[in-house]
Design a protein around this ligand. Sequence first.
Ligand SMILES: [Fe+2]
Ligand SMILES: [Fe+2]
Length: 409
Amino acid sequence: MGCLTVNNLKNGMVLSEDVLDINARLLLSKGQKITPKQIRILKIWGITEVHVVGQKGKTNIEAPQVDPEIIEKVKESTKEIFKNVDLEHPAIKEIFELSVTHRSQTCTPLQKDNIQFQINENFENKKILDIRKKIEKLRIKLPEIPSIVNQLNEITADPYASANDVAEVVNKSPSLTAVLLKIVNSAFYSFPAKIDTVSRAVTLIGSKEITGLALGLSTMQVFKDIPENIIDMKSFLRHSLLCGLISRIIASQKNMPQTEQMFVSGLLHDIGRLVIYKYFPDQAKSLLISAFVSHQSLYSVESGLFGCRHTKIGKILLKNWQLSNALESNVRYHHQPSGAADPLEAGIVHIADVISNGLGVGSSGEKIIPHFDYEIWDDLKISPQLFKPAIDLAVHQLASLEMFFKSNN
Ligand SMILES: [Fe+2]
Ligand SMILES: [Fe+2]
């Protein structure tokens, strides 16, 4: 018996153990023969490896072996990222261990990147710049949300709107249509037959899912020109997408109905940071340097420099764009979920953000987990054992989704 990655499965092999999905539902039973159809099912559900009969003791190791010395070094450096949270707490303990494993296997560079400019500024003498006032009183022109997103939001709020109505709006933008069709035909959804119209895509995956993807694609487009010497946008996108995917997976583990809203909430959770990076580049540099030099989180440094945090700036932007109150609240309170209209939704984004920061898959500029809301953790009643399958699935989905977001930029 051995454990094989799905990509190495061959026709006719026999499963030696049941295969369960992320919610512990049975997908394939022990004893079943592997066929192309079964392989497709496994890929659809994001299963990366299964146990099969035979292989004459040649157990295929599911994860690359890493030198124990490297693991020890990674563990020590990862402790720095987790220094603000309690490593004895069961949730944190699990996230820490998964982070060490992931960082060791993927050789994630220790958090020195993103400070690409010279540390030669006297940032300590910078006066507090009240960004919120600047944005609100001086009417700094915030980016406009593409009108197509507003139209999509309106139409999905209409209970009588059909798949054709949604498709009609999407079809107004040839570039969006092309990318959406590429996504729905990709391994991310793995539908057996080619989907060649947006209306068919909407019927299959839902208008809210399509709107969520359109919103994400359009939003990232707005911020694509932020200079690399301030933030690596690819890294920012990776962090945002992973947070969105983990938020959605945890929401589905909790049987929450609005999983696509959770994806968008996670995707946009740090959007306030993009406003800072785009419109206040000098202050952004001061912020990044200040956090780097003082070994503190951006979150703890930013209010001292700007008079408010990225969460509030994100809320102002989303309000300006007239996006849903739920989305605005999840973004505004992703660091303090108890203040949100729905603390459990904001709490899921909070936990997904902590996991994303821990794993070091991309970064919004943050190098240290700012804090962990232990109360919301208790309220959410999530088993830490669900983190590993959630992370495996999210990382698997990230690979295909990221490509489309990048190519749209
Ligand atoms: Fe944040
Ligand atoms: Fe974040």
